[in-house]
Design a protein around this ligand. Sequence first.
Ligand SMILES: *Cc1c(COP(=O)(O)O)cnc(C)c1O
Length: 219
Amino acid sequence: MSLEDRVEGLRARIQRACEAADRDPSGIELLPVSKRQPLSLIQEAAALGFTRFGENYVQEGADKAMAAPELQIVLLGPLQRNKAKPALQHFEEIQSLDRPELAERLRRLAEEQDLVRPVWIQVDLWEEASKLGGCTDRELPALIESLGEDPRLPLRGLMAIPPPDDQAAFGLMAALRERLQQELGRPLRLSMGMSGDLEVAIAAGSDQVRIGTAFFGAR
Ligand SMILES: *Cc1c(COP(=O)(O)O)cnc(C)c1O
């Protein structure tokens, strides 16, 4: 199947999921996840109109950003403190912020380098996924506090990787987003849903689905 066919198939899936959930598809971002895919394939996707791509590894994403500066690369994978500097330099957004120490380091570096980088907080309400990153419900207030409403790191939303086939888990994330929006008094986006579960995610209220294999093929 060609990339174009896969993208068409994905758009149809998103469309159907939106119809079922009575939602407007234009409100849902399809973010291609291009980890371990060659730049040539990413450029093929760019020719179809995609400009933002999710990457998991700092070095790989930085290499791609340098090779193709017209692309906007979003960091999805766990971020070590010692990689914070290249992450800020080469990624346009950081979706895997999950601890105060990292927020503090990013704030210091963003100020030094005079950069603005939207961030998303990665949440793990299941405490199963320390290897995937994510903060617990309990750790959230301290993390939000550590961002200090710094205009250099505006908080865009919440990102999660709920356990597959666990509808309730997607619902929990949606409820958490609602609660935080109320507490903070401003809108937050919700990024959840991957190749295998975008329908469940959209039904629960996701605003961004991050699609790897169903977009680019196997990796
Ligand atoms: C790899 C990855 C994706 C995409 O996964 P697929 O199942 O290939 O669609 C989405 N989000 C994150 C955080 C990932 O690491």
